[in-house]
Design a protein around this ligand. Structure first.
Ligand code: AMP
Length: 429
């Protein structure tokens, strides 16, 4: 099997390392890849958002399978474009990807199908209307920019001043670009978050192991939001009864609702949940795998990923093939000094080989590139130090021991991955 992977972060590195272990896989290309991926696949320069260019590339390479990491190509219609050329791909259609591409589309879909979610106060396409609506909401209120905003489009506003300021930045100053032209206001939910991801082939679906990620930059859920500072997976995150509720009240109604609207969902569907006192509720949908959740999920895979994804692309997914290692996995993200604000790149990274000698550890590259024999930083999130072990404690110990062996100037990481958030910190965003 010859596989094309789109993306260049830690998620794609984890997927590629796992795909390579399959005896079916002969060759992997990655657009654009990174310094770690370059050692395991042939990196091809290109823009993951440029669907037309990716179609031309794939027509030349004729991969047996294409796997897509980030959301932009999906929202730009890569699934439809590849299938139109009979290029096998794991990707939802452009219409289905609206579940991620438009928060308002997703919210209206959830309401149409009576799927539990935060109560919607309203959707607004002028700042005046949004300011006006603030007098009739409970606090905190959640403000969501409608379109893709690189993870910056959601704000949990504790009071009217903070809400007004966010609306002004998004709708008046256009700080998030066109994704901020419309916003929705919804109820703030309290509880612990959980990521529940399924893979579907248009007919059947199967769940991946549950994960929880850590979005805030500092320990104790302090500081600004990031793309994700770490994630972990244990079966304890999702006891059997809760799993049944999530499947029965959320996942199946979602897939059936899509089907009723003419969408046979194929690809990954990421359901971001808040586990509230009145049951699990949907915070968001993504139409792809998460980053860094994928690193933690891959660490627990005990099956041939290439075979399963080829099955999903061909519409013959066999849920029985997905076997998982018991125990736990952890991914600790090592970030550049200053991230998620301004940061410097080009810092030499040492200790990678020593870190990967530790049993159960994989170091996935995110923002790295090669300079001669050296690996240097090239992004905000630089590495995802990932470990699987029979217990959460052992996985944490291995991931942190490995992180301690790695060094680059300014490097920082959270020391409390998998710790329970305190109540106050989970509310005050
Ligand atoms: P989203 O992209 O919609 O998941 O939002 C990003 C993050 O904002 C989520 O992971 C939550 O931490 C938070 N969030 C989103 N919606 C809500 C809500 N209704 N109540 C509380 N927190 C929320």
């Amino acid at each position: 099997m010859r596989i094309l992977v789109i993306g260049g972060g830690g998620r794609e590195h984890a997927l590629i390392r796992k795909l390579k272990r399959s005896p079916h896989v002969e060759k992997i290309w990655c657009v654009p890849g990174n310094g770690g991926i370059a050692a395991e696949a042939e990196c091809v320069a290109g823009d993951p958002a440029d669907v037309a260019a990716l179609v031309s590339l794939a027509e030349k390479l004729r991969p047996d399978l294409t796997v897509v990491g980030p959301e932009l190509p999906l929202v730009n219609g890569i699934g439809d474009a590849f299938r139109a050329k009979s290029l096998p791909i794991v990707a939802p259609s452009q219409k289905a990807a609206q579940l991620e591409g438009s928060k308002i589309f997703a919210k209206e879909f959830l309401q149409r199908h009576a799927i539990p979610t935060a109560e919607l106060y309203g959707t607004y396409d002028s700042p005046g209307d949004a300011y006006g609506a603030l007098c009739a909401v409970d606090w905190p209120v959640v403000i969501k920019a409608d379109g893709l905003c690189a993870g910056k489009g959601v704000f949990v506003a504790p009071n009217p001043d903070a809400a007004t300021d966010f609306i002004e930045r998004v709708m008046v100053n256009n700080e998030l670009g066109p994704g901020g032209r419309r916003v929705l206001l919804e109820e703030g939910l309290e509880g612990e978050e959980l990521s529940f991801i399924v893979t579907a082939d248009g007919e059947r679906y199967t769940a991946l192991v549950p994960t929880r990620d850590h979005k805030r930059v500092f320990d104790g859920n302090q500081g600004p939001n990031t793309g994700g500072m770490g994630a972990y997976s244990t079966d304890d995150l999702l006891p059997a009864e809760l799993r049944d509720t999530v499947i029965g009240s959320i996942v199946e109604p979602t897939l059936q609702g899509l089907k009723a609207e003419g969408i046979d969902y194929q690809g990954f569907l990421y359901v971001g949940l808040m586990l509230t006192k009145s049951g699990p509720k949907v915070l968001e949908f993504n139409c792809r795998l998460g980053d860094p959740e994928t690193q933690a999920i891959v660490a627990r895979m005990d099956f041939d990923l290439a075979e399963v994804l080829a099955d999903a692309a061909a519409g013959r997914l066999d849920p029985e093939k997905l076997r998982w290692k018991p125990g736990a996995s952890v991914c600790v993200v090592l970030a550049s000094g200053g991230y998620p604000g301004k940061f410097e790149v080009g810092k030499q990274i040492d200790g990678l080989t020593d870190a990967e000698r530790i049993t159960g550890v994989n170091v996935f590259h995110a923002g790295t590139k090669r300079e001669g024999d050296a690996v240097v930083s090239s992004g905000g999130r630089v590495l995802g130090v990932t470990a699987a072990a029979p217990s959460l404690e052992a996985a944490l110990a291995a991931a942190y021991e490995a992180s301690g062996k790695i060094h680059f100037d300014g490097m920082h990481y959270r020391k409390d991955i998998a710790a329970k958030p305190s109540r106050s910190s989970s509310v005050a965003r």
